[in-house]
Ligand binder design. Structure first.
Ligand code: ADP
Ligand code: MG
Length: 320
């Protein structure tokens, strides 16, 4: 009998939402390799967690904690127990589109000019004349619009996702109308990239990349990307650089390509679309196989944590 089957398997756990296609396919793929790898995958089951409760997983893949906050708390405890988390719950909690814009600009990657705006509205305890003394008022809207290259420009939620609260505005009146409806959200205003081509690239494990041609108007992935090899390489390199900067092991990056330059538009998607119906079979099969390759490797590697920032130091050096 193989030694791997005699000892306790190493476990990969999954947190998932309503998606039905990728999770069972991934679990089946990982479990089909157990005799060689000694690694199995399964859904995590939790219902009330004690502080410092040990976690039976070496790796946990999280695809839903943005909508189920208890899982996020569970995962941060799991980080202290030394579990490798895909994706890093601390960065996921901290990131927003404005932070991302500044970070990419510093990395020297093409991205739209972006400004963050004060909120339109606040929670009831905030009194506009007393609580907001750090805010300049009125705002210089002309100067703000000028900084992102004029109209049209894009107003969107700095913490948004799934195309909610994204407005392309063509005039000051349209901008104000959208801004006045933004309520408690923190909005960014961004240069509009009038693109000739569009790509969405999946980065896995901060080493594997799938370049895909994507039509955002139809929300459709083409089976073949059709980019020349130079563009494919650029998209590949930019995606890896972005995933490494955030420490994300499962992330899609969208690029609007204008005059041969890919501008990173939406590049923090720590629970990226992996649905067979939107991706198509070719891309989907790659996501199942590549996630299995990389997650098994992570489960078996000696590396202590995937948390590469301050919280990685907390886990590796501060906690005895
Ligand atoms: N700066 C921009 N220039 C051109 N198109 C944009 C820009 N920002 C967003 N879009 C379009 O709007 C869509 C949704 O915006 P995105 O930033 O991806 O928000 P979400 O995170 O909600 O998906 C994008 O897929 C893209 O097609
Ligand atoms: Mg998007």
């Amino acid at each position: 009998m193989d030694t791997a089957t005699q000892t306790e398997p190493i476990r990969i756990g999954l947190f998932v939402g309503r998606e039905w296609s990728w999770p069972p396919a991934f679990i089946e793929e990982v479990n089909s390799r157990v005799t060689q790898s000694g690694v199995i995958a399964e859904f995590v089951k939790v219902g009330g967690t004690m502080m410092n409760e040990p976690c039976p997983y070496r790796v946990i893949i999280d695809r839903i904690s943005h909508e189920v906050p208890y899982y996020r708390s569970y995962l941060k405890n799991a980080a202290i127990q030394g579990v490798k988390l895909v994706n890093d719950p601390f960065m996921w909690t901290a990131d927003d589109k404005f932070f991302g814009a500044s970070l990419l600009d510093r990395l020297g990657l093409p991205s739209p000019k972006t400004v963050v705006l004060p909120n339109r509205e606040y929670v009831p305890g905030i009194k506009h004349d007393e609580s907001l003394r750090n805010l300049l008022y009125p705002m210089d809207w002309n100067a703000i619009v000028e900084r992102v290259g004029g109209f049209p420009c894009v107003l969107k939620d700095a913490h948004g996702g799934g195309w909610r609260d994204v407005y392309v505005v063509h005039s000051m009146e349209e901008l104000w109308e959208a801004y006045n409806g933004s309520g408690l959200l923190t909005m960014i205003l961004q240069e509009f990239i009038r693109w000739d081509d569009y790509a969405r690239c999946m980065g896995i494990g901060q080493r594997q990349v799938r370049v895909m041609r994507y039509d955002p108007t139809q929300r459709h992935y083409h089976p073949e990307h059709g980019f020349d090899s130079e563009m494919e390489q650029t998209l590949h390199d930019y995606t890896l650089a972005i995933c490494r900067a955030f420490g994300y092991d499962m992330n899609t990056c969208e690029f609007a390509i204008r005059e041969g330059i890919p501008y990173a538009i939406d590049f923090m998607n720590p629970a990226p679309d992996m649905d067979v119906n939107s991706l198509g079979k070719g891309h989907f099969d790659w996501m199942v196989k590549t996630m299995a390759d990389v997650m098994i490797e992570l489960a078996l590697s000696d590396e202590q944590t995937r948390n590469q920032y301050a919280w990685g130091k907390l886990i590796e050096e501060v906690i005895p």
